[in-house]
Design a binder for this molecule. Structure first.
Ligand code: BGC
Ligand code: ZN
Length: 370
């Protein structure tokens, strides 16, 4: 089979002839790759500062944002049948008995660090024709989501982040008890940092929950991304023309910051203006750079005097995948054009070089495998 892989030992990214996988256990499912999204993590793996091949291989098959179709199921599989559309999760548990998280199917909270991640860390990914996975790592995708379901994995980042946020904020009467569960965010102000796929999808999820939502991103408006987010009820503010203090003046008390920019400087500059009882969710993974100056005293004073919480969140559990499927259905009904326009282009596998090593462009680029 053809696959896109990195060969760290040779500092190469290339098409690899990869052995076709077979079902080896009754709970396994064979899936045909339909579409694979490309993200900053993939591009970083292609600079060889991140990611690692499985034991016994000199290459890693890339790809962790997948939409696939079931072609064959093991004898013990009960939830899926050939023809079903599926999305796989990314992380696989560590082997240690004492890891309570991994033993409880919560490998996104692995305690040992010996987890693997498909297409990232020591397990091959989905940028190939077929893959096999266990039933419990797949989520069913309704056929009406075919066109947008490659966005499920990036949306799970927001889903898990928001789930963390609700849990953390149970520490105080944050939610007005008169509000229904779907609109729990009413009356609250959220600032999303970054207008990439994770930021835009996160902003959609916040609007759906009733938050007054702002996207704070670099490029001056109007631009394609500002127009996109404004089309679903979000105000876009450019960090080039509006400094964090002015942002605060414009939006009032910031209850939530959802960071999806992956850059430390702007993130800490905005952490400085987080509001009373506010929560700051970090999802970005910046490449290491030289130290930067931040207003550490002000940030620390605020954290204490304003009861703030800062939470990092990686990866996602099965609930986040189910939530992402639900939310995508809602987004597709409410904002079909905006949602579809997050997918900048669908490309052939032969375009992998430009997509992974060339200049990043648009929002979400996808390789159509089949
Ligand atoms: C993926 C996560 C993964 C993280 C770190 C992200 O791009 O979406 O699932 O945990 O990279 O490897
Ligand atoms: Zn990713």
């Amino acid at each position: 089979m053809r696959a896109v892989g990195v060969v760290p030992g040779e500092r190469e990214v290339r098409i690899i002839e990869h052995a076709a996988p077979r079902i080896a256990a009754s709970n396994e499912i064979k899936v045909r790759s339909l579409e694979v999204g490309i993200c900053g993590t993939d591009r970083e793996i292609c600079t060889f500062v991140y990611g690692s091949p499985p034991d016994g291989f000199n290459y890693l098959v890339l790809g962790h944002e997948s939409l696939g179709q079931v072609v064959e199921v093991g004898s013990g599989v009960s939830q899926f049948k050939p023809g079903d559309l599926v999305v796989p999760s990314v992380r696989r548990p560590c082997p240690h008995d004492h890891c309570l998280s991994c033993r409880d199917d919560k490998q996104d909270f692995c305690f040992t660090g010996d987890f693997t991640e498909r297409g990232i860390k020591m397990t091959h990914g989905f940028m190939t024709e077929y893959y096999v996975d266990e039933e419990k790592y797949l989520t069913y995708v309704p056929p009406e989501l075919r066109e947008v379901a490659v966005l499920v994995e990036p949306l799970t980042v927001a889903e898990k982040g928001l789930a963390q946020m609700w849990q953390v904020q149970q520490r105080l009467p944050w939610i007005d008890p008169k509000l229904s569960a779907e609109h729990r965010g009413r009356g609250k102000t959220a600032v999303v940092l970054g207008a990439g796929p994770i930021g835009i999808l996160g902003a959609m999820a916040l609007v759906v929950r009733g938050f007054k939502t702002y996207v704070y991103s670099r490029s001056p408006r109007p631009n394609a991304k500002s127009e996109l987010v404004e089309s679903f009820g979000v105000k876009y503010i450019s960090s080039e023309t509006v400094a964090p203090d002015q942002l605060l003046e414009q939006v009032g008390n910031i209850d939530l910051v959802y960071e999806a920019v992956g850059k430390a400087k702007i993130s800490y500059d905005v952490l400085r203006v987080l509001g009373l009882n506010g929560v700051f969710i970090f999802t970005g993974i910046p490449a290491p750079r030289p130290p930067i100056g931040i207003d550490a005293d002000i940030i620390m004073r605020n954290l204490v005097l304003k009861n703030q919480a800062v939470v990092g969140t990686v990866n996602a559990d099965a609930d986040a995948f189910a939530g992402a499927i639900r939310d995508l259905g809602i987004f597709l009904k409410r904002w079909p054009d905006a949602l579809k326009s997050i997918i900048t282009g669908r490309h052939r596998i032969d375009d992998y070089r430009e997509l992974l090593l060339g200049k990043a462009n648009g929002i979400k680029n996808v390789i159509a495998m089949a």
